[in-house]
Design a protein around this ligand. Structure first.
Ligand SMILES: Cc1cc2nc3c(=O)[nH]c(=O)nc-3n(C[C@H](O)[C@H](O)[C@H](O)COP(=O)(O)OP(=O)(O)OC[C@H]3O[C@@H](n4cnc5c(N)ncnc54)[C@H](O)[C@@H]3O)c2cc1C
Length: 433
């Protein structure tokens, strides 16, 4: 194994999904020297929406107030990580994160304390706490149900306006649909939203788009398109197209690979550029150990196992996600944590991972498996004490939550990353002072 570099840092953040990148931003804002090392995963799959809490109770409609939902989680989720964080800090975490994204060209919006609901590509209404500004009119249109045109593109399989129209028909009859060829891509047999979004960044393509859309408008008040309004400056593109088309335009999030997820990833890279946080993106931590007197020694590299960089860090934050991202791995014996081999809280045997009904409203026990921590988000070792004094964890790897079912994915990652970074900042202040 060849070691080319050695980086000495106050904090190593392992994982570059929502939790890892949010932690990187919070570290940068506090002047903590850090390295974020992480595989590509995470963002490409995500919708770009920032959920806080959206669990709907059968028959009770959608969760309008995520804060009210959170105030009640101790009843059903006694071990939930968000119970360790004061409400005011969760709010601060969201504000700091969305301010940072906004300053780097990706604006988010939402109700002061409530969830908005937006139309998805499946025609369902999804509650979310903070949504990209390019989706703001999506929420208004769904609420008011005015005459709206949804646009299809020849060759695009990720999004079907006809399907959305059919699902919403009984509650929203004033949806019209039309299909156009996407500018300069008429000869392609298949289109992909990231490609369209990239093309949309030029005014020439925007103008051709406008020329193709105008004849389709029949007095509708809103125009809905899949998320294709550019990668880098979507609000500018939205504004220009709205002016040219004289209509309220909105995006609908699509399935992976999602443009709104890619925007988040690219914006986080901008946020960290030129700060005290070094990015080793698309690298995985291949080996990690804690050495007394030295702190954490990590080796990063590619999937094939070629080590390229060594990191020596005083503190370490584990933000490696769950099974999809390989932060947790499973075999016939159970679930393991993949970097430090930390104990994983999990059902005692595999028979208990799932209940017999896939759609069980109480969810499946395996989805709450993960790392148990102390109040500072330090993972516990076998003796129920922190495994290492300066090792922290954040995001979906934590035990006691089921972010997918409770619609709290980004909120969980953002708030736990914030809390962990606050602890690390205090630690560093103590040791340096
Ligand atoms: C399909 C999908 C849709 C989603 N939609 C929403 C939504 O609508 N609203 C919402 O709020 N959230 C949504 N999310 C959730 C959200 O995007 C995050 O996935 C979630 O917050 C968990 O983030 P995380 O950082 O803990 O984990 P992940 O996002 O899984 O990131 C973990 C990262 O760690 C890296 N990693 C793993 N092992 C190592 C290692 N050894 N070394 C270095 N790096 C490593 C992985 O490559 C990955 O980049 C969605 C997620 C998915 C998958």
């Amino acid at each position: 194994m060849e070691n080319k570099d050695m980086i000495h840092t106050d904090l190593a953040i392992i994982g570059a999904g929502m939790a890892g990148m949010a932690a990187g931003m919070f570290a940068a804002n506090r002047g903590i020297s850090a390295v974020v090392a992480g595989g590509a995963g995470g963002f490409e799959y995500a919708s770009g929406l920032l959920d806080l809490w959206g669990l709907t109770h059968p028959g009770k409609g959608y969760c309008k107030d995520p804060w009210q939902g959170l105030a009640q989680i101790s009843e059903s989720w006694p071990l939930h990580p968000l119970l360790k964080i004061p409400e005011s800090d969760i709010g601060k975490a969201f504000d700091e994160l969305t301010d940072g994204l906004n300053q780097n060209g990706l604006a988010y919006t939402g109700l002061p304390r409530g969830n908005s609901r937006i139309i998805t590509a499946l025609g369902t209404a999804k509650p979310t706490y903070r949504l990209p500004l390019t989706m703001a009119h999506n929420a208004t249109a769904l609420e008011e149900k005015p005459p709206t045109l949804l646009l299809d593109f020849h060759g695009l399989r990720e999004f079907r306006a006809k399907f959305v129209q059919q699902v919403l028909a009984s509650t929203w009859p004033d949806i019209n649909i039309a299909a156009i060829a996407f500018p300069q891509m008429a000869m392609r047999s298949e289109l992909f939203t990231p490609l369209m979004a990239q093309a949309m960044e030029t005014e020439q393509v925007q103008d051709q788009f406008v020329a193709a859309v105008k004849p389709q408008l029949k007095g509708e008040q809103f125009l809905g398109v899949p998320a294709i309004l550019g990668i880098n400056r979507p609000e500018e593109i939205l504004k220009r197209l709205e002016e040219l088309l004289e209509i309220k335009l909105f995006e609908i999030p699509t399935s992976p690979v999602s443009v709104s997820g890619i925007r988040l990833k690219e914006t986080f890279k901008k946020v960290l550029a030129g700060t005290c946080v070094t990015r080793l993106l698309d690298q995985r931590v291949l080996r990690a150990a804690h050495e007394p007197g030295k702190g954490f020694i990590l080796e990063t590299g590619t999937q094939s196992g070629t080590a390229t960089t060594r990191i020596q860090a005083k503190n370490c934050l584990l933000a490696t996600g769950r099974f999809l991202s390989k932060g947790l791995i499973s075999d016939r014996k159970g679930v393991q944590e993949s970097v430090f081999n930390l104990p994983v809280t999990q059902p005692t045997d595999r028979q208990q991972w799932h209940t017999s009904s896939y759609f069980d409203p109480h969810g499946h026990a395996i989805n709450q498996a993960g790392l148990a921590t102390d109040e500072k988000f330090r993972p516990l070792g076998k003796d129920n004490c922190p495994a290492h004094e300066n090792l922290y964890a954040a995001g979906s790897i934590l035990a006691g939550q089921d972010w997918m079912r409770t619609r709290s994915g980004s909120g969980l990652s953002i708030a736990t990353a914030f809390h962990a970074i606050e602890q690390i900042a205090q630690n560093l202040a103590k040791t340096s002072g």
